[in-house]
Design a protein around this ligand. Structure first.
Ligand SMILES: Nc1ncnc2c1ncn2[C@@H]1O[C@H](COP(=O)(O)OP(=O)(O)OP(=O)(O)O)[C@@H](O)[C@H]1O
Length: 205
C-alpha cells in the first residue's frame, strides 16, 4: 500500500499550506479533482520528490520513500505531453527508461505500436507518443504511477483507448496510481475512487 501521512508543504512563509494524507491500494487508481491552483500538481511533485515536504512521510509497503531522491523513487510519471524525446525513435524512447535490457518490440506491441519501433517520435501523433511513454512505463514497471492530466491533449476516441489501456495495466501489474485531472470523464471512467482538493486539504467527493 502507498501511504501518505500528514504531508505538509508551503511554497513560502506567507503561502497557504498543503496538508495531505491518503492511502492507495495496489491496483487502485485514486482520482484527485480540484480547481486550477488548488495544489494537484504540488501533491504529485511531493510524491515524486521534485518538492520536499516540511513534515510527513511517504511509505510504500512500509518502506519510507521520503528521504529518497526522485530518481531513486519507485515511480513513473505521465504528463499531459512532452513524455518522449521527439528526436529519438519509439524503440530508443522505451529503452532509455529501462534499468535492464528488455524487448522494446514486445513492450510496444502491448500498446498497439507494432511496426513503429524505428519511427522517430516527432513523426508520431500525440496519442501514439503517449503510448510510447506508456510502453516505457510498462517496461520500468515501477509500483507507483503518477498521472498528471495525461489524456488532455488527445481526441475523445484516443483518450478512451488510453484510459482503457492504463486501467488494464494498473490492474494487471498492481500499480498504485494517482490521477489528477480537471476532466470529469477521466475521473469517472478511470478512477476507482475520488477525492477533491480544496484549500490545501483532500475531501471525499
Ligand atoms: N514554484 C512555485 N512557487 C510559488 N507558488 C507556486 C509554485 N508553483 C505553484 N505555486 C502555487 O501553488 C498553488 C498550487 O499550484 P498547483 O500547480 O499545484 O495547482 P494545480 O491544482 O495543479 O493547478 P492546475 O490545475 O492549474 O494545474 C497555486 O496557487 C500556485 O500559484
Amino acid at each position: 500500500m502507498l501511504e501518505i501521512n500528514k504531508l505538509r508543504f508551503a511554497y513560502g512563509a506567507d503561502a497557504p499550506s498543503y496538508d495531505f494524507s491518503l492511502r492507495v491500494e495496489a491496483g487502485e487508481i485514486l482520482g484527485i479533482s480540484g480547481r486550477s491552483g488548488s495544489g494537484k500538481s504540488t501533491l504529485l511533485d511531493l510524491i515524486a520528490g521534485f518538492l520536499r515536504p516540511q513534515h510527513g512521510t511517504i511509505l510504500l509497503d512500509d518502506r519510507d520513500l521520503t528521504p529518497l531522491k526522485t530518481e531513486d523513487r519507485p515511480i513513473s510519471i505521465l504528463f499531459q505531453k512532452d513524455n518522449v524525446f521527439e528526436h529519438l525513435t519509439a524503440q530508443k524512447n522505451v529503452e532509455l527508461g529501462l534499468d535492464e535490457p528488455k524487448d522494446a518490440t514486445a513492450l510496444l506491441a502491448k500498446v498497439d505500436l507494432t511496426g513503429f519501433e524505428k519511427s522517430r517520435c516527432a513523426e508520431l501523433s500525440g496519442g501514439q507518443q503517449q503510448r510510447v511513454a506508456l510502453a516505457r512505463t510498462l517496461g520500468r514497471n515501477r509500483p507507483i504511477l503518477l498521472l498528471d492530466e495525461p489524456f488532455s491533449a488527445l481526441d475523445d476516441q484516443t483518450a478512451d483507448e488510453m484510459r482503457q489501456l492504463v486501467r488494464q495495466l494498473v490492474t494487471e501489474k498492481g500499480w498504485h496510481a494517482i490521477l489528477v485531472s480537471h476532466h470529469q470523464k477521466d475521473l469517472t471512467e478511470l478512477a476507482t475512487r475520488q477525492l477533491s482538493l480544496r484549500e490545501g486539504q483532500l475531501h471525499a467527493v
